[in-house]
Design a protein around this ligand. Structure first.
Ligand code: SF4
Length: 375
């Protein structure tokens, strides 16, 4: 393994609009490349330009804390950060990969988050995040914490083949239970579901059941992308060693789309399987609003909630005007409450959506939203 230490100019990424998957406007990661080396990782895709050999070469922003201190300190900013979660994770690395044991940059970032009082979400596959339980409990008392774990399934055997350097799913589930017993919200990102291996009704139901038993607050799923070039070649090589009979099936669903997506028919079938299982266990398939409605600026809150309804309705094959309405709210240059008597002038906002928006403004949620998110 080769480690390259660099000085970064900036650490905090600001998104143009609220990200309704993580309810975040900001994200940060201190590493580039990932020692976890999962077989399907899209960090390996040619477009990401991760230096060196993915899985073996890691770049570390060693001055990250010094820079982040300036980026988070409200006294050093002309404009305060827009209220939202800051996401620690994502990108093409895991903030709690083994190198974090030595460098402790994610831990020191959490110390700053605590000092400056921001809500934080973490996305990781590693149980190392338990090391920072003390800080996360303190942040959670002052603002809000959600710890998210990604899984391709809850099957230890399959995981140890495709994710050999990551703690087993059973260990990740135990960590979820520990966070939950300390009052910290947890989510599961079931992504990627691996075609023909972790996407069966049995595997998906088994995963959702275990996630529910561990006490997670929600589970969000997504399929697997395989971009042409290094990512696809690497994955096919691993697949071929233990599942050679599946290669032809993969070639039928991954036909070289720009973003590496599988065919639409495959995704529709996967969504149907997931929706059937999740309705049995009654777990929200988006981050529920009670975990963020006291944090967000009102336009962001309404945008996210309408986008969540839109996602769920469309995933059930139902038509939805909610995406248009969310877009209109997101484009507003003034608070929604300033125009609450003229909401129907906005594109996509009819009488029913107007009622939902007014209810959200008044109570932080809406009966219709609660019905959809918990369906
Ligand atoms: S943990 Fe995430 S970033 Fe790291 S190799 Fe696995 S999929 Fe990629």
């Amino acid at each position: 393994m080769a480690i390259t230490e660099i000085n970064a100019k900036s650490v905090l990424s600001k998104h143009k609009r609220i990200d309704s998957w993580f309810v975040a406007r900001y994200s940060m990661n201190f590493y580039r490349g990932c020692m976890h080396n999962c077989a399907y990782c899209d960090g390996r895709a040619d477009g990401y330009y991760v230096k060196g050999e993915f899985g073996k070469d890691i770049t570390i922003k060693t001055n990250a804390i010094e820079i982040l201190d300036k980026e988070l300190n409200p006294e050093k900013k002309r404009k305060p950060l827009t209220p939202s979660f800051i996401l620690l994770g994502g990108g093409v690395s895991d903030s709690y990969q083994p190198v974090e044991k030595k460098y402790e940059i994610s831990r020191r970032a959490l110390e700053l988050i605590l000092k400056y009082n921001y809500p934080v979400q973490i996305l990781t596959k590693s149980t190392l995040v338990e090391r920072d339980m003390d800080l996360l409990i303190e942040i959670n008392k002052k603002s809000k914490v959600i710890v998210n774990f990604s899984f391709s399934s809850a099957n230890d055997e399959i995981s140890s083949y495709f994710e050999p350097l990551v703690p087993l799913p059973s260990e990740r589930l135990e960590t979820i239970s520990k966070f939950k017993s300390n009052g910290i919200s947890c989510g599961v990102f079931l992504m990627p579901v691996i075609p023909f291996i972790t996407d069966s009704e049995v595997e998906i139901e088994n995963t959702i059941k275990k996630v529910k038993q561990a006490g997670a607050d929600f589970i969000i799923f997504s399929g697997m992308t395989l971009k042409e070039g290094t990512q696809k070649d690497y994955f096919f090589n691993i697949l071929n060693k233990s599942y050679p009979w599946l290669i032809e099936n993969y070639k039928k669903i991954y036909t070289g789309s720009e973003w590496g997506q599988a065919s639409a028919t495959y995704y529709q079938n996967l969504t149907t399987v997931f929706n059937k299982a999740i309705s049995k266990y009654k777990l929200p398939q988006r981050i529920p609003a009670n975990l963020f409605n006291k944090i967000l600026y009102e336009n962001d809150l309404i945008t996210v909630m309408l986008e969540q309804i839109d996602y769920i309705q469309k995933s059930k094959g139902e038509p939805s005007p909610y995406g248009f309405a969310a877009y209109s709210i997101n484009q507003l240059k003034e608070p929604v409450s300033n125009i609450k008597n003229n909401l129907q002038q906005l594109k996509g906002v009819g009488k029913f959506i107007e009622k939902i928006i007014l209810e959200i403004l008044e109570t932080g949620t809406s009966k219709y939203y609660e019905k959809i998110i918990n369906s």
